[in-house]
Design a protein around this ligand. Sequence first.
Ligand SMILES: *[C@@H]1O[C@H](CO)[C@@H](O)[C@H](O)[C@H]1NC(C)=O
Ligand SMILES: *[C@@H]1O[C@H](CO)[C@@H](O)[C@H](O)[C@H]1NC(C)=O
Ligand SMILES: *[C@@H]1O[C@H](CO)[C@@H](O)[C@H](O)[C@H]1NC(C)=O
Ligand SMILES: *[C@@H]1O[C@H](CO)[C@@H](O)[C@H](O)[C@H]1NC(C)=O
Ligand SMILES: *[C@@H]1O[C@H](CO)[C@@H](O)[C@H](O)[C@H]1NC(C)=O
Length: 393
Amino acid sequence: MLTFVDLVRWLFILMSLTHEELVEGKRIWNVVNKSIIKTIKVETNEIIDCYDIYRQPSLNHPLFCNHTIQREPNSYPKGMKSDNFGTSQLTQTWHKYGLCPEGTIPIRRKGKNYDPTLLRKHRPLKLSPYKTNVTSPEDVNGGHEHEYAIIEVEGNFLGAQAKINLWQPVTEIYNEMSISQIWVSAGPDDNVNTIEAGWQVSRKLHGDDYTRFFIYWTNDGYKTGCYDLFCDGFVHISSTIALGCNFTEVSTFNGRQKDATFSIYKDQSSGHWWVQLQGISIGYYPSFLFKELSKRATQVIWGGEITNWKSKGQHTSTQMGSGHFPSEGGLKTSSYFNWVKVVNKNYTAEDPENVGIHVSNPDCYGLKIDDDNYETNGYGFYYGGPGYNDKCQ
Ligand SMILES: *[C@@H]1O[C@H](CO)[C@@H](O)[C@H](O)[C@H]1NC(C)=O
Ligand SMILES: *[C@@H]1O[C@H](CO)[C@@H](O)[C@H](O)[C@H]1NC(C)=O
Ligand SMILES: *[C@@H]1O[C@H](CO)[C@@H](O)[C@H](O)[C@H]1NC(C)=O
Ligand SMILES: *[C@@H]1O[C@H](CO)[C@@H](O)[C@H](O)[C@H]1NC(C)=O
Ligand SMILES: *[C@@H]1O[C@H](CO)[C@@H](O)[C@H](O)[C@H]1NC(C)=O
């Protein structure tokens, strides 16, 4: 016998089912709250939803209940590069299939494969200056290791920036990833707060091996936090750049180099941490999401990260950067970070000082400060490598 309460419940469920749209195995509550203004289908099975900027999912986060969206940053650090210098205008592939209207923001719909548990990110742990001879992997996690080739500074910072060239590194195992990025962080390892931005290849996360723009945040040492907009927190502002989408072009070996400027900095009036790509303000993480990072960052890291699942009992041939060592040659061969800058307490961008270099396994991936191109490219370094080789087993 159905009770009246059951009946009402069933009626309610039926009503809501008829108001849903079923796309790519995910139910979208479009008609119900009308937050999606337009949907753009990109080739393969990628879908972009254009959300009303004032009804974007992040605003559901409990801390946002009185939040006023900041449409653009009010301040910009002195000396930070904001233009699209270097390579020609970068675009994302989905633009060919449509654009999001004014007042809306593009959100890439989560793929069927999305599984946050396997994709926990990390920050390099236990850093020590210039440990180029470390051979034991530092960070073993669920059968796979995170490996790094990075530079690092400590102090008090209000932002960081770098121009990174874009490559499409090979990842051997479906679960592996290859990342080039900036970490802006504060706090002890087990409770670290980070804001991260860069590019990545991750078949597990995206279903293919294209080079995609990503951001990441955690406020509790990677126990929670997420990529892009997979959890609430980041307020997206740009209607043209989508998180988790690929670039139309990447660099080619001994050919044309494609790069992009990634910046993370704190707005002086609102305190929000803004993320920019090529000088375009993508959006921000409000400072109230963080404890350690609410006032300033105490560490900035730039460089590459890969995961190694040691399939077949040996190091995999997952590439970092261009897949070539810095020792094989610089520009057009190895991947680079240029115009590496921190924003100091005086809100001025400057070169990093007292830089620590950390390479977790120099036989697999390397890093070399670029001393030859300071005049044209600012402070920079080459990094990356092929993974498995005669020495890296
Ligand atoms: C739209 O409605 C659904 C179902 O009530 C809810 O889960 C979702 O968070 C809402 N989205 C926005 C942006 O309000
Ligand atoms: C929102 O505003 C109300 C009323 O001023 C206040 O009681 C509440 O704590 C605020 N919530 C947040 C998350 O700031
Ligand atoms: C690093 O390794 C090389 C070759 O194995 C060795 O010659 C060198 O002394 C080592 N450096 C340090 C600081 O241990
Ligand atoms: C970007 O993704 C599209 C498919 O959506 C693909 O056709 C294109 O080759 C990719 N571009 C690059 C540079 O990887
Ligand atoms: C900030 O500016 C003050 C006054 O001009 C100067 O004394 C100080 O060294 C500057 N600090 C940094 C980190 O540049």
